[in-house]
Design a protein around this ligand. Structure first.
Ligand SMILES: [Fe+2]
Length: 189
């Protein structure tokens, strides 16, 4: 890649995007191609340690950026072969872009009215395999799983409106509808 688009450039573009956008869908449609630009220039910023997976958990997250008020969180995530995450949401908008390998994102929308605590209904909306250079945008309220069905570690770039450990978000058991809090450990990246 001749163009040298860095994480710092990306963050500057994110700030400008969020400041100018009037809706979440405007943010998502602007951030998606910016995330694609950053993953297409992965050699400028990806590090070998971003491929180091916590073997017990099956995935690791490396923080690349977060504003002081916890908005605009960017991290690199890696998933070991066979890892399938719980069905979860983020409590904010999200853009996921492929850096290396392939990850299957299975997308669900919540269909109940949220009236019952600890219970939710979700509806399957489709699968999207994310490879290097692909990016998907998920509005607030989208649920998904990520699975690495390949035999190599996968890496992806995740961008959120807010650090997901500072939002209200949950995981859902799709069989029973049971809702639980979903928090995950973050590493400095
Ligand atoms: Fe997620």
């Amino acid at each position: 890649m001749s163009e040298n688009y860095t994480v710092q450039d990306y963050v500057a573009d994110l700030r400008a995007t969020v400041a100018a956008a009037e809706t979440e869908s405007e943010i998502l449609s602007t951030v998606r191609p910016l995330a694609q630009k950053l993953v297409n220039n992965r050699d400028a910023w990806i590090k070998p340690e971003h491929y180091e997976v916590d073997q017990t958990r099956g995935s690791s997250l490396y923080v690349l950026h977060e504003e002081e008020d916890h908005t605009l969180m960017v991290f690199a995530a890696c998933f070991k072969p066979g890892r399938v995450t719980p069905v979860h949401d983020h409590g904010t908008w999200a853009v996921v872009a492929g850096v290396d390998g392939e990850e299957k994102n299975t997308i669900y929308l919540r269909t109940d009215d949220g009236a019952k605590p600890d219970y939710a209904e979700i509806q399957y909306r489709g699968d999207k395999v994310v490879r290097q250079g692909d990016a998907i945008g998920m509005p607030s309220g989208t649920f998904h799983t990520v699975s690495n069905e390949s035999d190599e570690v996968s890496v992806s770039l995740h961008t959120y409106g807010m650090n997901t450990n500072h939002t209200v978000r949950c995981q859902i058991d799709p069989e029973t509808g049971k809702v639980e809090e979903f928090k995950i450990p973050l590493r400095e990246g």
